[in-house]
Write a protein that binds this ligand. Structure first.
Ligand SMILES: Cc1ncc(COP(=O)(O)O)c(C=O)c1O
Length: 472
């Protein structure tokens, strides 16, 4: 393992970092807090980023394992992205999208449409992923109201899903704990099983599991009635649910049932779009499906500016234009819809992706997956799975039962703590560690990342054994 360099942070800079953490503890409400520490929490301060690295408040350089939140796709400190934001802000920092428009948003919509599958040709820009999912669902409601089908509004979602933190998008979420203490629009949502083959019923083959999932979908549509179901929302790879890759062909079969039943298929590509799987969009290029809408965010600006959006099928647009209600209004828009600075940086980011980053991601992905797979040698690791440049290391109490090690709910956090010491930021998820580094990562840097992760897991195994909570 290579030595982790410490950046030469001055004593003044370190003191300023400590001040910031203390100030946050007094005044900042951080996301996903527990009641016992809400508004009083000290989190690791990140001071700088460069390429695949970030530097914490103590000056320790870390590999940015999750690329922020699956978003810093072209890496940190890209001068060309900083410059384009400066230039656009100096030219036009904002215009109201209510009754004016700007050129970067029109150009970006055209370029995104050029990458989108099938007849997906129109883009509505939002502020991020939750607002993108919210927009897609409100569009479905509007579409069915205009068509005279006001009862066709239910939304199908799955266990293990994560679609956002606004009311309707969060109502779709199906990960453990997300909804334990939160309300939701439950009357609008129908939940289906998680498509996670690793957690399929004991004794069932993966092929039979795919049939089970498809049958469940078809039976649910038949039981409730297609006339009441407006949309299915699904991530091509369930990202925050632990990089869950459904059995082969399952998504195509679900797509077909949706088509036959006039149910809009919303492919939530907030994580998978803009390079994570080596393509601008993964729905068709990787999974062979042409959805009715695709939601995106994160990688569209590589996290340099909050931006998201929905790509919508030309067929839906056409149907609305030809409806009997030309005056019906889609009463939906955000102050920052089509933000000129966000769209300008997204255009430059897309240049970088098209200009080599996508190609690089496709080239290093097999190495990334193979290297991480070697961690299955460790007895604490039940499975390493992934696609493109996203992967999950799932820890289990033992490989016979694949018990998710809930005896120690924070095993992911323990691994993260050791890795932080060693120079790697990990995304801990209960008993899992999710890895999704910037797409520009090199094979040598992948070696470093996996070596640190291996050592972090080994140290965690020693801790668990010493504490007597695990005997692997
Ligand atoms: C698949 C998916 N959809 C939607 C969202 C919500 O995006 P945002 O946090 O930008 O609102 C996320 C966030 O991680 C996500 O992973």
């Amino acid at each position: 393992m290579r030595e982790i360099r410490r950046n030469a942070l001055t004593a003044t800079a370190i003191a300023a970092s400590e001040d910031a953490v203390e100030t946050a503890r007094r005044h900042l409400v951080q996301p996903w807090p527990f009641a016992g520490s809400v508004g009083a929490e000290a989190r690791a301060l990140i001071g700088e980023g460069d390429g695949i690295y970030i530097t914490d408040g103590d000056g320790k350089r870390l590999i940015d394992g999750p690329a922020g939140m699956w978003c810093v796709n072209v890496g940190h400190r890209r001068k060309e992205l900083a410059e384009v934001m400066y230039d656009q802000a100096m030219a036009l920092s904002y215009n109201t999208p209510w009754y004016t428009m700007n050129a970067p948003s029109a150009e970006l919509a055209e370029r995104i449409a050029g990458h989108a599958p099938g007849d997906l040709s129109h883009v509505f820009f939002t502020t991020g992923g939750s607002s993108a999912v919210e927009t897609a669902l409100r569009f479905m409601q509007f579409y069915n109201n205009v068509r005279g089908r006001p009862e066709k509004k239910l939304i199908l979602s799955r266990g293990g899903a994560y679609h956002g933190s606004t009311y309707l998008s969060a109502s779709l979420n199906g990960r453990p704990r997300d909804r334990d203490w939160m309300d939701g629009a439950d009357e609008l949502i129908v939940k289906l099983s998680s498509p996670n083959p690793f957690r399929r019923p004991a004794g069932m083959s993966v092929g039979d599991f795919a049939d089970f999932l498809v049958d469940e979908f078809a039976e649910t549509v038949a039981r409730i009635g297609a006339g009441r179901i407006g949309a299915f929302v699904g991530e091509p790879v369930q990202a925050s649910g632990g990089v869950v890759i459904a059995p082969d062909g399952y998504l195509r079969r679900i797509r077909e049932i949706c088509r036959q039943n006039d149910i809009l298929y919303v492919s939530d590509e907030v994580v998978t779009a803009f390079g994570r799987l080596g393509h601008v969009f993964a729905s068709d290029d990787v999974f062979g499906i042409e959805p009715d809408m695709i939601t995106f965010a994160k990688g569209v600006t590589s996290g340099y500016f909050p931006l998201g959006g929905v790509v919508i099928s030309a067929r839906l647009m056409e149907e609305l234009r030809r409806s009997n209600h030309p005056d019906a209004m889609f009463g939906h828009g955000l102050t920052y819809t089509s933000h000129p600075v966000g769209c300008a940086v997204a255009l430059r980011n897309l240049d970088l992706l098209e200009g080599g980053v996508l190609e690089h991601a496709r080239q290093v992905a097999p190495y990334f997956q193979a290297k991480l797979k070697t961690l299955e040698e460790l007895p604490l690791v039940g499975e390493v799975r992934g696609a493109g440049l996203m992967a999950c290391v799932e820890c289990v109490a033992d490989r016979e039962s694949n018990d998710p090690l809930l005896i120690d709910k924070d095993v992911g956090k323990r691994i993260d703590a050791h890795c932080h010491e060693l120079g790697l930021l990990v995304r801990p998820l209960i008993n899992m560690c999710v890895m999704s580094p910037p797409l520009v990562i090199s094979t040598e840097q992948i070696d470093d990342m996996v070596a640190i992760l291996r050592e972090g897991i080994s140290r965690t195994m020693e801790d668990l054994r010493r504490e007597g909570v695990w005997r692997g």
